[in-house]
Design a protein. Structure first.
Length: 355
C-alpha cells in the first residue's frame, strides 16, 4: 500500500523484521530453497540464487548469521590474537595495523570476518581467547606474535583448535601452520649489506630479548660475522633508563661503525640516542633496521630497512587458516615470505673512493 507525505510517495513498511519466508514468497520458492541458496548449495541454480539475492536487497533482508553458525557449527570468523599490549611500542607499531588490514581484506574474499583478541596481561589475553572460542564466536585463531612458553599457543595446541602463527614458535609441532620471514636470513642480509659497505665492527641493538624474532635475526647476524672471521658482539639491550648509559659505554669500548636495529620504530629512538651521545648517523654510525614501515621514512636520515612484506604475511596467514579449516586432515605447512633490502640514507659506504 502506498501513502503520501509532503508530496513524496513511499511504500508502507511491514511491522517487524523481514523473514526468510518473505524472501521465499517474493521469489516464488520454498523457504528451504532460499536457505540453500544462502549457503551457496550446488543444487540451487545460479538464476535462482540471483533472484534470492535481488529479493533480499529489495526487502532489506539480513540473514541471521548467528543462527546459521549454530546450525552449521561454523562462525565464519577468525580470531586475530595480538601480543600483550602492556608495552607502549606495541600499541603504535604499524606492523599490526598493516597485517590486520591485509587479513581483513583477504578474509572478505572468503566471506569471513575477523575479530581481535587483546589483553593488558598474559592472563587476560588467554581468558579472552578461551571465551571467544567457548562462545563459538570464532572458528580458530591467527597469532600475530611468538614468545617462549606462550600459554595461548599451548591452549590452542592442547585443545586441537585451528590456528596459524605469523612468526616462528620456539617449539614447532605439526598442529601449527606457520607463516613467517626467514628471520635468520634477514639477519644475515642486513649484516652482509654492512660488510659490503666496508663495515667490520657491527653491533646488534634490540629492545626485546624474549621474542623469537630477535633470537632468529641475532643468530643470522652472528653467523654472517663468524663466516667472515669478523668480531661478534653481545646484543645491546635498551629497555630501561640504565641501559642508555650501558649503551654509551658499549659504543665507547667496542667502537662499532654500524648498528643493526630490530625494527624501524625502535631505530628512530636509537638514532635520537646516538645524536644525544654525540654520534651522527650515518657519518659516525651506520644503521640498518627491519620492516620497512612508515617509520623508516618519517624523518631524515631515511632508514635503510629490510622490507618483510607485512601485507603478504597477513594475506597468506588467512589463506593457510582457511585451508586448515576446510581440510582438517591436511598436513600443516610452513610458508616463508620474501624480503628485500631497501637502501636509503643511514648507511655510509666506507669502501667508496672518490673518483
Amino acid at each position: 500500500m502506498l501513502e503520501r507525505a509532503r508530496g513524496i510517495c513511499y511504500a508502507k513498511q511491514k511491522k517487524g523484521a523481514v523473514t526468510i519466508k518473505d524472501v521465499a514468497t517474493k521469489v516464488g520458492v520454498a523457504p528451504s530453497t532460499v536457505s540453500r541458496a544462502l549457503q551457496n548449495h550446488p543444487s540451487i541454480s545460479k538464476e535462482t540464487k540471483d533472484k534470492v539475492k535481488k529479493a533480499m536487497e529489495t526487502l532489506g533482508y539480513v540473514p541471521n548469521v548467528a543462527a546459521q553458525n549454530l546450525a552449521k557449527k561454523f562462525a565464519n570468523t577468525i580470531g586475530v590474537v595480538m601480543p600483550v599490549l602492556s608495552l607502549k611500542e606495541r600499541r603504535s607499531n604499524p606492523f599490526y595495523l598493516e597485517a590486520i588490514t591485509a587479513m581483513n581484506q583477504e578474509a572478505s574474499q572468503y566471506d569471513v570476518t575477523i575479530a581481535i583478541a587483546s589483553g593488558e596481561t598474559q592472563e587476560e589475553l588467554l581468558h579472552t581467547v578461551q571465551l571467544m572460542y567457548k562462545q563459538k564466536r570464532v572458528d580458530g585463531f591467527i597469532l600475530l606474535y611468538t614468545k617462549r612458553e606462550d600459554p595461548v599457543l599451548l591452549y590452542l595446541e592442547d585443545n586441537y583448535i585451528a590456528h596459524t602463527v605469523i612468526g616462528q614458535p620456539y617449539k614447532y609441532t605439526n598442529t601449527t601452520n606457520i607463516v613467517d620471514n626467514d628471520n635468520r636470513l634477514l639477519g644475515q642480509t642486513a649484516t652482509h649489506h654492512l660488510m659490503e659497505c666496508g663495515h667490520e665492527r657491527i653491533l646488534f641493538v634490540t629492545h626485546v630479548e624474549k621474542e623469537n624474532v630477535f633470537h632468529e635475526r641475532y643468530f643470522g647476524y652472528q653467523q654472517a660475522l663468524m663466516d667472515a672471521d669478523l668480531p661478534v658482539f653481545p646484543r645491546a639491550l635498551i629497555k630501561k633508563t640504565e641501559d642508555y648509559l650501558a649503551f654509551s659505554d658499549m659504543l665507547e669500548a667496542e667502537k662499532p661503525t654500524a648498528l643493526i636495529v630490530l625494527d624501524d620504530m625502535f631505530a628512530l629512538r636509537v638514532i635520537q640516542l646516538c645524536n644525544l651521545l654525540g654520534y651522527r648517523v650515518p657519518d659516525d654510525l651506520s644503521i640498518v633496521s627491519f620492516n620497512n614501515s612508515i617509520f623508516s621514512t618519517l624523518i631524515h636520515p631515511y632508514i635503510t630497512s629490510i622490507d618483510i612484506y607485512t601485507e603478504e604475511l597477513g594475506r597468506v596467514a588467512v589463506q593457510q587458516f582457511i585451508r586448515q579449516l576446510k581440510h582438517a586432515d591436511a598436513p600443516q605447512q610452513k610458508v616463508f615470505i620474501q624480503h628485500k633490502l631497501i637502501e636509503r640514507e643511514t648507511v655510509l659506504h666506507l669502501n667508496k673512493t672518490d673518483e
